[in-house]
Design a protein around this ligand. Structure first.
Ligand code: IMP
Length: 185
């Protein structure tokens, strides 16, 4: 089965391709503009986006993710893309300078519509902490400043390692289970 992942983020796309490789799901990147509302939760953003896309698209996957920092009451959360663009990782580290409470989590919410089937949403999160300084060259977005084991940043993990534990990797596992329950892969 071929399915379009609607994203403009090549880092996300690489993770989808890697995570779904060999599972009978052939994903390709598509860029279809859709409305991303400001809402309190990733689920609301995804659900609104799906309603709009379903007017023109028969099947697709969309992904909305974010970094939620406990000390900042969940900021940047649903504002993660904006925060990365304006503050960057250095800006986040500056806000967190001297803060001992560094717990954070990534959340990933995936919306999926298959041909002739009801749309559905799956979500997962990955607990971790904000590092004191950026580390590593791989990955994308906030990866250099987030660690799930307190030692290595997500940027220092291979993509297989990141997919095995990350918010997106776990959400993709749920996605595959849901797809398998309605389609022969
Ligand atoms: P969006 O889902 O594309 O809106 O992502 C929000 C922001 O979080 C973007 O700036 C992404 O780069 C960042 N982001 C999403 N997923 C990840 C991830 O797995 N690692 C690091 N940053 C991420």
């Amino acid at each position: 089965m071929r399915i379009k992942v609607i994203t403009s983020n090549p880092g996300k796309m690489r993770e989808y391709a890697q995570a779904l490789e060999g599972l009978g799901l052939d994903v390709f990147q598509g860029s279809v503009p859709y409305d991303e509302i400001q809402a309190d939760t990733l689920e609301e953003v995804v659900s609104h986006g799906m309603r709009g896309l379903m007017m023109s698209e028969d099947s697709f996957i969309i992904d909305d993710s974010g970094l939620f920092i406990d000390h900042l009451n969940g900021f940047p959360g649903v504002y993660s893309a904006y925060a990365l663009k304006t503050l960057g990782n250095q800006g986040v580290l500056k806000i967190m300078d001297g803060v001992s409470e560094r717990d954070a989590r990534f959340e990933c919410c995936i919306g999926c519509k298959l041909p002739g089937k009801e749309p559905f949403i799956v979500s997962a999160s990955c607990e971790g902490a904000i590092l004191d300084a950026p580390r590593g060259e791989g990955g994308f977005g906030f990866d250099p400043i987030f660690s799930s084991d307190g030692v290595r940043s997500f940027s220092e993990l291979g993509m297989d390692e990141k997919n095995a534990i990350s918010h997106r990797g776990q959400a993709v596992k749920k996605l595959v289970q849901r797809i398998k329950s309605v389609e022969d892969l």
